[in-house]
Design a binder for this molecule. Sequence first.
Ligand code: KG4
Ligand code: ZN
Length: 358
Amino acid sequence: MLVLGIETSCDETAAAIVEDGHTIRSSIIASQIGLHKPFGGVVPELASREHLAKIEPIVREALKQASVEFSDIDAIAVTQGPGLIGALLVGVCYAKALAFGLGIPLIGVNHIEGHVFSVIFENPQVEYPALALIVSGGHTNLFFVPEPGLYKVVSRTRDDAAGEAFDKVAKMLGLEYPGGPEIERVAREGDATKIKFTRAKISDGRPDFSFSGLKTAVAKHLRENNIQPITNGGAPGQEIKDLAASFQKSVIDALVGTAGSQAAEYEARTLIVAGGVASNMALREAAKTVADRLNIPVYFPSRHLSTDNAAMIAAAGYFHLQRGESSDPEMTADVSMRLQNLENPDAELRASRVRYKL
Ligand code: KG4
Ligand code: ZN
């Protein structure tokens, strides 16, 4: 079964052909990083327009590289949400029209579930129950996954996503967008023990994340020590390197510490770490150490599959199609689509006025 995956939720226009949910025949990603770099972040309107210009050629390239025609595709999987509305709509409208024209099923996929599925291509089979840490520019969640397709949110971020914190701190240090890879590069020559940041404490005792205090602590450290950000792509001084390394360590300690304690609590048999921030090698090493201690395997996607791509969307779509699910023609983009179908605590959190991100 050949599934065409389409992803346009943020700043990557991507298409992929995946066979039987696990073999990548092609995976094409057109990144818009260059377009948004001068603005230091994604400009939604520019993103939508670029998706519109790229979607058709990217899908054709995916078909060409997989040596297939439109008529060979059995189904289409498209990111339905969460993401930027204009960006999502380009993929959703294109996919709906194409599925209708070809007379094949269409399935709308949750982008976060896509990230969970990104580990299936290059790892042994996931053993359940699993715990999935999904860390990207827009989301930071820990999911308990008792079996494929069932998700309970164990931890969420109360403010910034981990990738967002990397991007914002990078900006403060004078590094380019996206900040994650830049911080990782600079941190390699820094001493991560130099600056001790206190870990955010969540007053209601939930195992949630919070990164905005850390961001403020970095700003304060810069100010109080009179450290100047890098200008015009210049070389960072030792103080910036140490700050980048200490910040990175602090984010990783919070992510991996919580993932480890919850994996033990839920008796997880596999740890999954995915999403853009999972490209970070220091995070991978820390997650591996924790998993080794718990005596369970940890699975990551390769770098190509860590950041946004369409192969993971096709894989998640295939899973749902196999279960007889498909989207009807009224399906549309869902900016704040949730991924939790077990013990959903949303109403309780809202009632107690807890502020959190998706
Ligand atoms: O999953 P993704 O491509 O897009 C979203 O769904 O958000 O994640 C992008 C995020 C950005 O915030 C970027 O700075 C971060 O992932 N990122 C990294 C690294 N590579 C990408 N963060 C830390 N270290 C990296 N090596
Ligand atoms: Zn993503």
